[in-house]
Design a protein around this ligand. Structure first.
Ligand code: AP5
Ligand code: MG
Length: 212
């Protein structure tokens, strides 16, 4: 099954994509994670992308589309995947339509006021696990439950950059809601609830679309 999950910064895309990955045994493909890994390697793509990411702007399509083209052609994508944060503009959605047919598009809808809290309290682990100081804390303060490594904050999780990411979401990403709604594959999930309740609603939507 081919699923795309989107929503504003801090909506819980990464958190929820991890549950679907586990349930359906399909890979989670996050453009944000792929780009951060290129930045860390200081590859040419990473060096070009970094400035945009630090400012909270979208990385230009020519960079993202070729990165995603190769990722989606990988062997582990043969029986489906969950896209986390892709597409996030009308031009990306149209480019994706040329490549594949999505079965389900889920938007996690969250009130703007909770998003800053969710992002500023987020702590990450290099193994991929995500925590929140208040809403999903690790068992030992500062250390990952899964692997014991130290947790860190993302470079773009500063309040000023978050505001720019929210603006980009409203202006460039929200238009894709209409695009997928017209195709009849969009499901909107109320993200103003606890992590588990959102998970249940998402799994229900996946089940209705024939995925579980
Ligand atoms: P990306 O990494 O995708 O960031 P984002 O879209 O801003 O979203 P986040 O990862 O911040 O939030 P999330 O929805 O995954 O929330 P999470 O589950 O972590 O993109 C980063 C940058 O890369 C972009 O700004 C852009 O520059 C570039 N980029 C990426 N994709 C691109 C593309 N396609 N094209 C061009 N450029 C691109 O949850 C957040 C926190 O809240 C966590 O601490 C979590 O524990 C907590 N939490 C989750 N759910 C709940 C809940 N229900 N209640 C309380 N707390 C919760
Ligand atoms: Mg994320």
């Amino acid at each position: 099954m081919k699923i795309a999950l989107f929503g504003p910064p801090g909506a819980g895309k990464g958190t929820q994509a991890a549950f679907i990955t586990e349930r359906l045994s399909i890979p989670q493909i996050s453009t944000g994670d792929l780009l951060r890994s290129e930045v860390k390697k200081a590859s040419i793509l990473g060096q070009e992308a970094k400035g945009y990411m630090d400012r909270g702007e979208l990385v230009p399509d020519e960079l993202v589309l070729s990165m995603m083209g190769s990722r989606l052609a990988s062997e582990d994508c043969a029986s489906g995947y969950i896209l986390d944060g892709y597409p996030r503009s009308l031009s990306q959605a149209k480019a994706l339509d040329e490549l594949i047919s999505l079965d389900l598009v889920i938007v996690i809808d969250v009130e703007g006021s909770s998003l800053i809290d969710r992002i500023t309290g987020r702590r990450m682990c290099r193994c991929g696990a995500t925590y929140h100081l208040r809403f999903a804390p690790p068992n030992v303060n500062g250390l990952c439950d899964r692997c014991g490594q130290e947790l860190y904050q993302r470079d773009d999780d500063k309040e000023e950059t978050i505001r720019s990411r929210l603006k980009v979401y409203r202006e460039q990403t929200m238009p894709i809601i209409d695009h997928y709604s017209k195709k009849g594959i969009l499901r909107t999930i109320d993200g103003n609830r606890g992590i588990d309740r959102i998970k249940d609603s998402i799994l229900e939507a996946v089940m209705k679309a024939g995925g579980v």
